[in-house]
Design a protein around this ligand. Sequence first.
Ligand code: ZN
Ligand code: ZN
Ligand code: ZN
Length: 370
Amino acid sequence: MTKKSLGYVELEWICPNCDTRNPGSRRTCMNCGMPQPDDVEFQQPAQEKLIEDDEKIAQAKSGPDIHCYYCGTRNPATATTCSQCGADLSEGARRKAGEVLGAHNDKPAEPLICPACGTPNAPNAPNCVQCGASLTAAQPKPEPLQKPVQPAAKPASSSSKSSSMMGRIGLVGLVVVVLGCIITFFVLSSRTEDISGTVDDVSWTRTVIIEGLVPVEREAWRDNIPVEGVVLGCTQQIRRTQDQPAPNSQEICGTPYTVDTGSGFGEVVQDCQYQVYDDFCRYSVNEWQAVDEAVLRGNDFSPRWPALSLRPDQREANRDETYRIVFSTPEGTYTYVVRDPTAFQRFQPGSRWILEVNTFNSVTDVKPAN
Ligand SMILES: [Zn+2]
Ligand SMILES: [Zn+2]
Ligand SMILES: [Zn+2]
């Protein structure tokens, strides 16, 4: 977070001797003349106004005031000797500073209604203009700083709870059924019978996948696009959020609030973050993708790869070979597939084999019949 200063406002303090509200810049009570004690805190006024007076701003920026070690008088931060007794202020105590007083309130304050006679008074009036009663008690407390409130978690209603329970039972049932099916499948497919047969026919298929450079559309931040990519279009999107200001960013700030500077003035600040925008682009780039395949088939024992005629923008990719053997048996015709060309050579036409056939009528293994 970056703390952003919006300016300074004059605070107030209430004289403990006569209840008079005094402007923060006054170090002694304007009604009874009592110096402000060091334990009397500054408060936000009913309506805060950013000050424009250079002298007051300089005072606000100079730091916390100093209370004289000997007589307690409040002196400006820049003073070296006490204005009251002349004592050296290097031993004096600086006022507390940095405390958050509340949300910055620049809206016009409501008139103060006198608790004694009901007369409306100016928002910062110390005493009723009509009857002279003290208005300190009637002063509204400054609004506390609003903290972002997390939305309360919605309690699950009983009906949705029971329906989710039903859903859980349904899910368990489904899992049981699926598991049952899988187990049945494995039991049935592992239950085999042996059938003797002879090789009736063989065939082989060899396939080569051909890849070509094909333009494809991708998306990326502009600085992540490969050099050969062609930009098709970009939009500005939030790439990151950071605490420090940056070019091409949007400032997101919280509610302004007032911080006690210890000088009788408050600094109005905002906590800000910066959403940094960047170009997010669609671009076109050539990538290798399967565009064709060359296939060669035969019925002999000399499998060959298909001859390739590749264009300059094409290349050979995966190769695949399958060998199919057809057996004739008393139970009918069975097909068996191998992928190894050496194993394929053993299936000479007319040779005799024992076929292991499962419940689904698939050949799971073959052995030469002795
Ligand atoms: Zn006073
Ligand atoms: Zn003094
Ligand atoms: Zn009154």
